[in-house]
Design a protein around this ligand. Structure first.
Ligand SMILES: Cc1ncc(COP(=O)(O)O)c(C=O)c1O
Length: 481
């Protein structure tokens, strides 16, 4: 045996294998993305789970372990062929990013070094970048960034976590610690309510149940014909809730609403909350990234007056899932959201950087900041802003095309890249259209109910969806129905 051979066998990472396998993976992925981008494949090729499992030889491979030797290429091709094609022009379904190259690279880097960003000593560079991107977000909101050194001063704070649902939970924990500081130890007082429009994302109601407040703690606030919160109704609901002997833990506003893509009037809502000294939480999972654009950031006017804010980078910033931030204007509020003891982690000795563990549900988490940082730093934040503006503009064009056709109806001019429309006046037809197109693998749309009526819904995510895509979609619907 040569020295080189002995060394390779003794190492736990075969570098030649790695380069070859990454190369092979990159080739398969490039083929997948290119074909999807050009619309040369079906947008979806869904089949029953059992067929996938058999075709992927999933059970067999676990036993034989044949993947390492020669099986990766064919496995990947099968895996990708039946994956959802987020890079396809006809993909207009859920608010999941069609990820850009730097995000893909970040996943590879993290998967190789596995440095969790939650404790500084376990991922100092990841945590350093988390601090940078969180401060970048705080500044976008016109909140004071968090200094590197621990400070009791007046500044904001944040943490990255795995998803907007979790970020909403953490924001509500911060709100609860503000109004009921003993709740962590003593449990919930029985007089807390949360006010939000009924179309608020389901993670808010779930959070209430997880926190032990119960979903009935959610008091719906009246909305307008497009399901946007009415500020005067909020005022009345706060007064009514208080007059009934309850305290308002928080008001949650949508920026934007998941179904419609429309923004609640944040400035007026903030004014009402300030008057009653009530915590305002802005669920900006989808619309937060509009803060990057001078043309779109007016939609978030008033968010800077909130107490907490959540931001999903894995929606409109071309970052793969997940990458969410919870941000608070006053750092102390996030500090109080959790209390924990773990003698193996917390020694009370000074760290050279920030530990984010105290601010999240997760103990170990991936290098979320690195993923967002690479995406922003790749071509600069302006490039992401242009992508967002361009997708919103495209959605407005879609509105013009769709609403100009007979039998099609769009209930509102879109503010974001989400648009609802209806073809003919029949709830069941909307579902049938979506299901038929998805089954045929031609278009991937969603459907939602707005004010009691069912609509088709598009979310324009990929850069390759054009006016021609929308023209062809409506023509196909007319042809079949
Ligand atoms: C307004 C809003 N809040 C929360 C969420 C949940 O985010 P995540 O899927 O990252 O958990 C979504 C997702 O669509 C959303 O649109």
């Amino acid at each position: 045996m040569t020295d080189e051979k002995i060394n390779r066998e003794q190492l736990d990472w075969d570098s030649e294998d790695f380069i070859q396998l990454v190369n092979k993976t990159a080739i398969c992925l490039t083929d997948y993305v290119t074909k999807a981008n050009k619309g040369q494949v079906s947008v979806a090729d869904l089949r029953p789970m059992q067929e996938n499992q058999l075709d992927l030889k999933a059970d067999e491979l676990i036993t034989t372990g044949a993947l390492a030797d020669s099986g990766l290429g064919s496995f990947l091709n099968t895996y990708l062929a039946h994956s959802t094609q987020l890079h396809h022009p006809n993909y207009m379904a859920h608010q999941t990013a069609s990820p850009a190259i730097p995000s893909s690279l970040a996943e590879l880097i993290h998967g190789s070094i596995n440095n969790p960003g939650a404790i500084y000593e376990m991922g100092s560079t990841a945590a350093s970048l988390e601090h940078v991107v969180l401060n970048w977000m705080l500044k976008k909101l016109a909140w004071k960034p968090e200094p590197l050194k621990q400070s009791d001063g007046d500044h904001g704070a944040g943490a990255l976590m795995n998803g907007g649902s979790l970020a909403n939970l953490v924001a509500l924990l911060a709100a609860r610690s503000h109004i009921a500081p003993d709740a962590w130890e003593q449990g919930n007082p029985n007089d807390l309510k949360l006010l939000a429009p009924a179309n608020t994302h389901y993670s808010i109601e779930r959070s209430l149940s997880i926190m032990g407040l119960g979903s009935l703690a959610l008091v719906p606030v009246e909305v307008d014909e497009h399901e946007r919160m009415i500020p005067s109704a909020l005022n009345e609901t706060i007064e009514k809730t208080q007059a009934s002997g309850f305290r308002v833990m928080a008001v949650v506003a949508n920026a934007c609403a998941t179904g419609s893509g429309l923004f609640d009037p944040l400035d007026e809502i903030a004014h009402v909350c300030e008057q009653h000294q009530v915590w305002l939480h802005v669920d900006a999972c989808h619309g937060s990234s509009f803060l990057l654009s001078n043309k779109l950031k007016h939609l978030l006017k008033g968010a800077e007056r909130a107490d907490s804010f959540v931001w999903d980078a894995h929606k409109m910033m071309r970052v793969s899932g997940l990458c969410s931030a919870v941000l608070v204007k006053d750092a102390a509020h996030l500090q109080n959201a959790f209390k924990q003891q773990a003698s193996y982690l917390f020694y009370g000795s000074p760290s050279m950087g920030k530990d984010y563990l105290h601010r999240t549900v997760e103990c170990t988490k991936t290098a979320l900041g690195t993923k967002l940082f690479l995406t922003l730093a790749w071509k600069g934040e302006k490039a992401i802003a242009e992508y967002i503006e361009n997708r919103v503009l495209m959605t407005r064009k879609a509105y013009s095309i769709i609403s100009s056709r007979d039998h099609f109806y769009c209930p509102y001019v879109p503010e974001s890249n989400i648009l609802c429309f209806r073809y003919k006046d029949d709830d069941e037809l909307q579902v049938e259209i979506r299901e038929t197109l998805l089954k045929a693998g031609t278009y991937h749309l969603t459907s939602t109910a707005l004010n009691g009526k069912r609509y088709l819904r598009i979310t324009v995510m990929t850069s390759v969806t054009t006016e021609e895509t929308i023209e062809k979609l409506v023509t196909e619907i007319e042809r079949q129905w």
